[in-house]
Design a protein around this ligand. Structure first.
Ligand code: MN3
Length: 243
């Protein structure tokens, strides 16, 4: 993790040097290259696979715009807001979002929206991978049986929640202090972290996440999403939360 962070920082320095003005953003042109945003503590993590790695379930063009433009905009706006809050310097984004009351009121909404956007998308890229029909195993599968009766029960609950989220937002698989799994949704870029919960898996149901391929057919996008969940990553988050 540190190595990757340092690599990103090195990339960010190069990006600053290349940028035409101090506030300019340098956009990556391939999946191998980090999108760097100058002038702030946070950077967009590089996509850990090629843009087309999730085809045909999520198309390459959507991934490129979503990662390089949408995520980059959240990071740029987060950095801009945090420039006015030296008290938050050096804090991880998860800590900031867990305690939004500690964020100065003047920038709280900007941090909630753009910090949430940064944290949510960072999780999202990490837990996407074509799974060839494999589902959860081990402790995660057991925890799903306890909470939802079965993996199919989880899918029903998760799909319904994602479908019913009115307008932009996310559906989540989360865990909390009682270690029990739950499915919930958040509007906009709100994160379960701000409610004291730990997100394990999230589906972005903003139209920018699916409109190019699925247009208004959100349920089709949700059905396709099950083909691109990296269950090892989700299981790892559960272990970490329980640890
Ligand atoms: Mn999004």
């Amino acid at each position: 993790m540190m190595t990757r962070r340092q690599a990103i920082r090195t990339g960010a320095v190069a990006g600053v040097a290349l940028a035409a003005s101090p506030g300019a953003m340098t956009q990556g042109h391939s999946a191998e290259r980090a999108v760097v945003t100058a002038d702030g503590p946070f950077t967009v993590p590089p996509l850990p696979y090629a843009y087309d790695a999730l085809e045909p379930y999520i198309d390459a063009r959507t991934m490129q715009i979503h990662h390089d433009k949408h995520h980059a905009a959240y990071v740029a706006n987060l950095n801009k807001a945090l420039a006015e809050a030296p008290s938050l310097a050096g804090k991880p984004i998860e800590s900031i979002l867990r305690d939004l009351d500690a964020v100065p009121e003047a920038i709280r909404t900007a941090v909630r929206n753009n910090g949430g956007g940064h944290a949510n998308h960072t999780l999202f890229w990490e837990h996407l991978k074509k799974n060839e029909g494999r589902g959860p195993a081990g402790e995660l599968a057991k925890a799903m049986e306890q909470a939802f009766g079965s993996f199919a029960g989880f899918q029903r609950h998760f799909s319904e929640t994602a479908t019913r989220q009115f307008g932009s937002g996310w559906a989540w698989l989360t865990t909390g202090a009682n270690q029990r799994l739950a499915v919930e949704s958040t509007p906009n870029q709100d994160t379960p972290l701000s409610q004291g919960r730990t997100p394990l898996l999230g589906i972005d149901v903003w139209e920018h996440a699916y409109y190019l391929k699925y247009q208004n057919r959100r349920p089709e996008y949700i059905a396709a999403f099950y083909h691109v969940i990296n269950w090892d990553v989700v299981a790892g988050r559960l272990r970490k939360a329980a640890g």
